[in-house]
Write a protein that binds this ligand. Structure first.
Ligand code: ADP
Ligand code: MG
Length: 270
């Protein structure tokens, strides 16, 4: 039966590799009874833009060029989705040219800012807007809540201190993720999801996949603390994560499973 559980985890952590299989063997040995999944290990991992709300009079193409120019400086999966969408908006996908961005700033856990075509652009979540004193109108708040209820992520964009657009980005659950969680539950393995994404989106994803414990809007250090807290309660904890920047939490767990193509995680983090 235990083997079944780990094969299921492997299904989530696909594509399976030899190092992963070794990790799973280690998990069985460690008698892991608690697994913390990063949100992105439960989803397909290819976020796409599914909706856009423009709050000011501006052409979508013009809007996306500005936003993509800022996102060109980020490695976040949300950035990839936005750049890909900007390409689709243009006439010639292969000769795609973005305006230049300067004075670029990355605000951890919140998003980005930069100057493009002499405009100050902010791209990120609600708290990025709040710390920059950008007011979020009731209509925008409603739209954002609607996006989060669906388990999508709403990316807010302000241009010259005015909220200008909301981009809804979707990353659907992996097929089989729900089943894996239900098998783990039947084995009395506690499942937890941790993410830097907002509470609304995180709760919705957890409801869909069947995970009861949610840790949202979490900074990297907080993920480490959560792992340690579970260990203090006597749990043997496995952490499944695909982001290089979370390697500290992976290392803190009894078993850390680094998922995905970014194999540098194992070498850089420990
Ligand atoms: P996670 O890796 O779990 O997404 P992060 O700390 O990297 O956590 O990001 C937290 C939140 O900050 C994201 O969910 C998003 O709302 C916002 N954010 C971060 N980077 C970007 C980006 N490049 N573009 C838009 N929003 C971003
Ligand atoms: Mg991140």
């Amino acid at each position: 039966l235990a083997a079944l559980v780990w094969i299921s985890v492997m299904a989530i952590a696909s594509p399976c590799s030899l190092p992963l299989a070794t990790e799973i063997a280690a998990m069985v040995a460690a008698q892991v009874d608690c697994i913390v999944f990063n949100k992105r290990t439960l989803t397909i991992g290819k976020p796409v833009v599914v909706d856009i709300t423009l709050l000011k009079n501006m052409k979508p193409k013009e809007f996306f060029l500005l936003v993509a120019a800022v996102e060109a400086n980020s490695r976040h999966p949300l950035a990839k989705a936005i750049i890909e969408h900007a390409k689709e908006c243009g006439e010639d996908k292969d000769n795609f040219l973005l305006p230049e961005a300067h004075d670029f700033d990355l605000i951890a856990g919140r998003g980005l800012k930069a100057i493009v075509q002499s405009k100050q652009i902010l791209v990120g979540n609600k708290s990025l807007m709040i710390v920059h004193n950008i007011s979020i109108m009731d209509d925008a708040k409603k739209k954002l809540a609607e996006i989060e209820r669906k388990g999508q992520t709403g990316v807010l964009v302000s241009i010259d201190s005015e909220l200008t657009g909301i981009v809804a980005i979707s990353d659907p659950l992996k097929p089989g993720a729900r089943e894996v969680i239900s098998i783990l539950k039947s084995m009395k393995v506690r499942t937890i999801m941790a993410t830097g994404d907002n509470w609304g989106t995180a709760n919705s994803i957890c409801r869909q996949v069947g995970i009861e414990t949610v840790i949202a809007e979490a900074k990297h250090q907080q993920k480490v603390k959560e792992v340690e807290k579970l260990q203090d309660q006597g749990h043997a904890v496995a952490m499944v994560d695909g982001s290089r920047s979370n390697s500290l939490a992976l290392a803190a767990a009894d078993v850390g499973i680094a998922v995905g193509a970014r194999t540098g995680i194992a070498m850089e983090g420990y």
